[in-house]
Design a protein around this ligand. Structure first.
Ligand code: MN
Length: 613
């Protein structure tokens, strides 16, 4: 109903002060308290006035809405009001004339009152104040609001709301904080305007600089747009205080990829004003035993994410998969994640199945660009880390070389990354770091071992500790491998396949120590390496056979393990076959009672694949 004769009742915006109030105008207010001479009312959190009892029309209770007309504003700031009861009226919001201060400029406003506008990214209730984490287009800062110790201030404000905050800028423990004087959720129109402004600016700010790669590589160049896309998604998550869960394969390559990105993300968090603890609760790195996203993993991630969402008012996380995530085997977990609308991005070099892409916001994979697994996750991860936060480069330049030797890359990129750091990290030392990572991760199990792993990769500015730790771990790992192979090697059987390849098989269940390092996959790899050396120039396939699984290592045969797994699954009724991995290195699972049937047919199939020319 738009009628020009209607009376206007003003609603004083949360950030308005007494200077925005005009004599003779009518305002919405709320009853604050009573005195024997009248009723105190609030026009907003900052502006209060008195309705003398002679000007009161009705009885009220505390917090009741009331409509008042301003009779006079005195020099001392007291406002005299009278209660009015208009018939038909329309409301109009008075907005403040104070321009909002950008969060990144707060450092220059210490001790002063400011207005800020932004999105609530997190609400944390402490035993004292309520801490709102606010994000605008320039940064993120905390705002502390206090009503009563341990009581939630402004319960109407929720995560994701756009708010206006008026308060004083303080420095506590060397960290900026706004002490909230008033906080209000902006109405729909204002919120939409601010949200659009923040989104547009953040979109631009999240765009990574188009820096050159550390090495020349045609495949990397073709992957550049998708790598920048993932870097942008990660930068935006950091800028909006969205938690990041980084899931990675628990081997040297996967760890390398993840640690490079971890260093970039934590660096960017610090730079953009997140509090010191953010790198712990807004970034989680979690190793996965399998080279895919197991139901057990996604269940754990969802459990934490939903609890943090309820308990600490955190946003739901971005899931970043590294050195895993690109195959059909990931799909059951992706379907779980989709129920909660978790965005997922993948950086992998396993042979991808196209069907996963409908679950992903972005997917970097050398197979999409004419490359193969020789461009390892650690190489991709390091280059993406540089897009995320360029200053991180000096600390992580050596990581692709470690990842390349760890995953036995044979791509030309491996040599280039090794050459880049040859003086500080000769190839032999890179191999030691990779072995130390594998060995330590075995004992870390599902833990990320953040600081220990950074020491192994020499990211902690303590070269001596790095050297000592790696030397010790390598010594222990090699002793354990020698011990294992002394027991296993005499039990390896050999046969010549139809295609001319030599097949070596070891029953890792009964001829290897269990539940210790090296685990079956690594044991099979070590056996394979020894036979490759012994039969240099020949095609060699090694099978490590367990009760219900087999690990496949090969050289010189053009295998396609994912395809063999699919065929065996079709052909052997009741075999319960599944698995996968890379084309020429992988594993296969089956039911124990069908082991002999499955393994026999698997060996036949291996013998049918052509040898490398
Ligand atoms: Mn890998």
């Amino acid at each position: 109903m738009d009628n020009a004769t209607d009376e206007i009742v003003y609603r004083l915006g949360a950030t308005c002060g007494i200077e925005d109030v005009e004599e003779g105008k009518t305002y919405e207010a709320r009853v604050q308290g009573f005195a024997n001479f009248g009723t105190f009312v609030q026009l907003n959190d900052r502006v209060k006035g008195l309705v003398h009892k002679s000007n009161q029309k009705q009885d009220h209770r505390e917090r009741d809405p009331i409509i008042v007309r301003v009779l006079s504003i005195r020099r001392n700031g007291n406002i005299d009001l009278e209660e009015v009861t208009p018939g038909i009226y329309r409301t109009q919001t008075v907005t403040t004339h104070i321009p909002p201060v950008r969060l990144t400029d707060l450092g220059q406003k210490i001790g002063r009152s400011v207005m800020v506008e932004g999105e609530i990214a997190q609400i944390k209730q402490t035993s004292g104040p309520t801490i709102f984490t606010i994000v605008d287009e320039t940064g993120t800062e905390n705002a502390a609001a206090f009503v009563e110790a341990g009581v939630r201030a402004y319960p109407e404000a929720m995560v994701g709301d756009i708010v206006g905050i008026l308060g004083e800028v303080m420095k506590r423990n060397n960290q900026l904080q706004i002490e909230v004087a008033s906080l209000s959720v902006l109405d729909e129109d204002d919120a939409a305007r601010v949200r659009m402004r923040i989104n547009d600016a953040l979109d631009e700010r999240a765009e990574p600089d188009d820096i050159p790669f550390l090495i020349e590589s045609a495949v990397l160049e073709r992957l550049r747009p998708e790598m920048r896309k993932i870097a942008k998604i990660i930068r935006k998550a950091v800028f909006t205080a969205q938690p990041i869960v980084l899931r990675h394969h628990a081997d040297a390559d996967g760890i390398s990829a993840a640690v490079a990105v971890e260093a970039a993300v934590t660096g960017l968090m610090r730079e953009s004003g997140a509090d010191f603890d953010a790198e712990n609760y807004l970034f989680k790195r979690a190793p996965s035993k399998a080279p895919f996203y197991e139901i057990e993993d996604v269940t754990r991630d969802l459990d934490y994410a939903t609890k943090d969402n309820v308990r600490f008012g955190q946003k739901m996380p971005l899931i970043l998969m590294m050195d895993n995530g690109s195959t059909e085997e990931d799909e059951p977990s992706y379907r779980m994640a989709r129920v909660y609308d978790l965005p997922i991005v993948v950086v992998d070099h396993h042979h991808p199945d196209e069907s996963v892409d409908r679950f992903l916001q972005a997917h970097v994979n050398p197979y999409h660009a004419g490359g193969d697994f020789g461009i390892t996750a650690g190489m991709l991860g390091t280059e993406i880390a540089r897009f995320i936060h360029p200053p991180v480069e000096d600390r992580i330049r050596h990581i692709p070389a470690v990842a390349g030797v760890g995953d036995r890359s044979e791509a030309p990129e491996r040599e280039k990354y090794l050459a880049l750091v040859a003086r500080e990290y000769p190839e032999e030392h890179c191999k030691e770091i990779a072995l130390a990572l594998d060995y330590e991760q075995f004992w870390l199990r599902f833990n990320d071992g953040r600081e220990i792993v950074k020491d192994i990769l020499n990211l902690n500015n303590s070269y001596e500790r790095h050297r000592n730790l790696v030397a010790l771990l390598v010594q222990e790992a090699n002793a354990a491998i020698d011990e294992q192979l002394r027991a296993s090697m005499p039990h390896v059987t050999e046969q010549l396949l139809e295609n001319g390849a030599r097949l070596f098989a070891l029953d890792v269940e009964i001829y290897a120590h269990r539940f210790t390092f090296p685990p079956p996959g690594k044991t099979s790899g070590e056996v394979h390496d020894r036979f490759c050396r012994k039969h240099a120039g020949n095609a060699v396939v090694t099978l490590g056979i367990g009760p219900d699984f087999a690990v496949i290592r090969s050289r010189g045969v053009l295998l396609n393990i994912p395809r063999m797994v699919r065929e065996l699954r079709e052909e052997i009724d009741g075999g319960g076959v599944n698995g996968g991995g890379h084309l020429v290195v992988g594993s296969i699972k089956f039911v124990e009672g069908m082991r002999d049937v499955v393994v026999a047919r698997l060996i036949e199939k291996i013998g049918e694949y052509p040898l490398e020319p």
